[in-house]
Design a protein around this ligand. Structure first.
Ligand code: UDP
Ligand code: MG
Length: 172
């Protein structure tokens, strides 16, 4: 089980235990917004059963791009990548669910969308290694850092869904 427990104060001052599942960061990149694919991409995570617990539109600054893509700053393609992600708005989201980091990466597909399997977001919606429509955190440690990078604590929500009990078995 990858859930962690957080205790919050219940309505009648009784302590209520909320089971908060794993969270990961998504960036629906500017190419996806320009191509009208935002709804299509978000709906894939909703349909899988992930809960959207944070959502915002923003335009990345060059400084934020350099921080977010620090592992790529020395690559020859970095200037193009920085221009691509900073010149138009994108949408950042935090999704929550069982094994969110790993499962979301499977749904997203590999970096080179030309070789991404059909059925993945990149495989279905892109044919590029660069304009590959979405970013997703690549490990639990990265997810924690990236969520913090794009969202303040009060911009993330803990809430129940009427169909929560239909998403997972009780021992999952
Ligand atoms: N990228 C690129 N050219 C490359 C490799 C990566 O433009 O040869 C861009 C692409 O948008 C990719 C992003 O840099 O999604 C981050 O690269 P990373 O290796 O972290 O891949 P990801 O985690 O996005 O699959
Ligand atoms: Mg990456």
């Amino acid at each position: 089980m990858d859930r962690c427990r957080t205790q919050v104060q219940g309505r009648d001052s009784q302590e209520e235990v909320i089971l908060m599942r794993e969270r990961t960061l998504l960036l629906i990149k500017p190419d996806a917004l320009q191509r009208g694919l935002l709804g299509e991409i978000l709906s894939r995570f909703e349909r899988k059963g992930f809960k959207i617990v944070g959502l915002k539109m923003l335009q990345m600054t060059k400084d934020l791009a350099k921080e977010h893509y620090a592992h790529l700053v020395s690559k020859p393609f970095y200037p193009d990548l920085e221009k691509f992600v900073t010149e138009h708005p994108l949408v950042a989201a935090v999704v929550e669910g069982k094994e969110a980091v790993e499962v979301v990466r499977l749904i997203v597909g590999p970096t080179n969308a030309s070789r991404a399997p059909a059925g993945t977001i990149r495989g279905d919606l892109s044919n590029s290694t660069s304009r590959n429509v979405i970013h997703a955190s690549d490990s639990k440690e990265t997810a924690a850092k990236e969520i913090h990078r794009f969202f303040k604590p009060h911009e993330l929500f803990e809430y129940g869904l009427s169909h929560d009990s239909w998403l997972y078995a009780t021992d999952e």
